[in-house]
Design a protein around this ligand. Structure first.
Ligand SMILES: O=c1ccn([C@@H]2O[C@H](COP(=O)(O)OP(=O)(O)O[C@H]3O[C@H](CO)[C@@H](O)[C@H](O)[C@H]3O)[C@@H](O)[C@H]2O)c(=O)[nH]1
Length: 457
């Protein structure tokens, strides 16, 4: 097939292949929605496992977005955290053939392009074989992608791998393009479990150079140096098109009146609530969780807490305190609520972008992978948050008394540092909103990308 030929009925067709995980499927779907809103002739087929189709298949979406499913050949989402390496291995080895079979059946019209998560290493290979251009969607910061593509440079400085001793972790890395001077402890891939995971993914960063486009879920103004680096590195287009968060849906008639937690927020004073979410699949130890619960409860600060699993237990532990525990919420809507004044976050990149877009300062509590560098950027570069000290004390990262004091300090909007942080996040929020408004940097990049993949020569 020649992808540049006119398609039957003038339709354009994009196939989207997200990594099977919430933090990857969400930005991919948000991108697809944004694309179909722009091009009335575009249809998108989003490929997910049967399990994920069960989770998201009935969510509202434009009718030119269709789901196609792959069999459940990978460990269930509900248990994947128990053996993350096994999960990664299954995605990388078991889904390529079913994906190819699925493509064989998609002929009306044949795809103009595949948008695939960068971690889906085999997608570029499939695209090359079938002469379909592949846009690689990276779902976290451009800065960390620069780090990931420079592991050889880290190694030549004796920083990859490192023994996780205190003195080594304090060393500074200041030679990676786009990365401002950063302590090894914030880089994660140099040591421990993350190093092991990195070695599995390393190949995908090599494959990236064979893609036809690279898309970032970030906004150019947030990471100009890292994005400029990739623009000059690759001979294909690189577009920052973020944030890929569902801000368009905020203005669509909401079902707020059905949501108890929104009712509860409606009754709270402005900027008084700390929204707590520790991510969608990895968690912290039980002992650490107990310290956090006591610290938050004793701070007396109002909270809305998303607990994945363990909701009942958390409700019991927090009984009588000034907050609400839910198992899931519409996060962006919560963050944009006027009562929310702080965001305790694990620093997944989508959450980070949602915090910035909403103008809510962040209390950073990274758990894994890119989250440590995201936390560092939130606190030190963008200056829109406070860090929960990550120096380990025995098995605990932080104890309840420290949490209590930190939460009080963080939620104090009248202290000098509180005022500064809130001023700064308002500015950054505006930068982000401008980028996605008509004619903004991300908006213009999406337009150009759209023209690239649908052009007829
Ligand atoms: O109650 C909730 C909790 C979460 N979310 C959404 O779930 C997504 C979570 O994404 P993210 O914040 O990125 O966290 P993870 O799911 O943990 O993300 C994985 O993928 C990200 C993108 O690659 C990485 O940055 C993270 O480290 C990795 O854990 C966001 O869109 C949230 O809005 C909700 O809507 N409601």
């Amino acid at each position: 097939m020649n992808p540049t030929k006119p398609q039957p009925l003038g339709l354009h067709h994009v196939v989207a292949m997200p990594w099977p995980g919430r933090g990857h499927i969400n930005p991919m779907l948000n991108l697809c929605k944004r694309l179909v809103r722009r091009d009335p002739n575009l249809i998108v087929t989003v490929v997910v496992t049967e399990e994920w189709f069960g989770f998201i298949g009935s969510d509202p979406k434009p009718n030119r977005i269709h789901f196609a499913t792959l069999p459940n050949l990978i460990p269930s989402e509900l248990v994947r955290a128990n053996d993350f390496i096994g999960f990664v291995d299954a995605v990388l080895t078991k889904l390529e053939q079913p994906f190819e079979r699925l493509l064989d059946g998609l002929s009306s019209p044949p795809p103009n392009a595949i948008i695939a998560d960068t971690y889906i290493i085999w997608a570029v290979r499939v695209g090359i074989k079938r002469n379909i251009p592949v846009a690689s969607l990276w779902t976290t910061s451009a800065t960390i992608l620069s780090l990931f593509t420079h592991s050889d440079l880290l190694a030549s400085h004796g920083h990859f791998p490192v023994e996780p001793s205190e003195s080594k972790l304090d060393e500074i890395v200041d030679y990676i393009p786009g990365l401002s001077p950063t302590q090894i402890r914030d880089l994660q891939i140099t040591h421990g479990y993350s190093h092991h995971v990195f070695n599995i993914f390393k190949k995908s960063f090599g494959e990236l150079s064979k893609a036809n486009y690279l898309l970032f879920p970030s906004t150019y103004e947030l990471e100009p140096k890292a994005i400029d680096f990739f623009t000059s590195k690759f001979d294909f287009p690189v577009y920052a098109i973020g944030p890929l968060i569902p801000f368009e849906e905020l203005s669509v008639g909401s079902k707020d009146n059905e949501l108890d937690y929104i009712h509860w927020l409606d009754e709270q004073p402005e900027s008084s609530v700390l929204y707590i979410s520790q991510g969608s699949f990895l968690s912290v130890s039980e002992a650490q969780m107990e310290e956090i619960v006591v610290g938050v409860r004793e701070s007396g600060i109002r909270f809305l807490w998303v607990a994945r699993g363990g909701e009942l237990k958390l409700k019991e532990a927090l009984e009588g305190s000034s907050g609400v525990v839910v198992s899931w919420c519409d996060q962006l809507r919560v963050l944009c609520h006027v009562a929310v004044g702080g965001f305790w976050t694990h620093c997944g990149f989508n959450s980070t972008m949602e915090g910035i877009y909403s103008g809510v300062p962040m209390l950073t509590f990274p758990v894994f992978w890119d989250q440590f560098l995201n936390a560092k950027m939130i606190v030190e570069e963008w200056k829109v948050g406070m860090r929960i000290d990550s120096k380990k004390k025995n098995e605990l990262l932080i104890v309840s008394d420290e949490i209590k004091e930190l939460v009080k300090r963080f939620m104090d909007g009248e202290s000098e540092e509180g005022i500064q942080m809130r001023r700064q996040i308002c500015d950054l929020s505006e930068t982000c909103r401008d980028a996605v408004a008509e004619g903004g940097s991300s908006d213009a990049n999406i337009d150009t990308f759209m023209k690239d993949i649908t052009k007829i020569v």
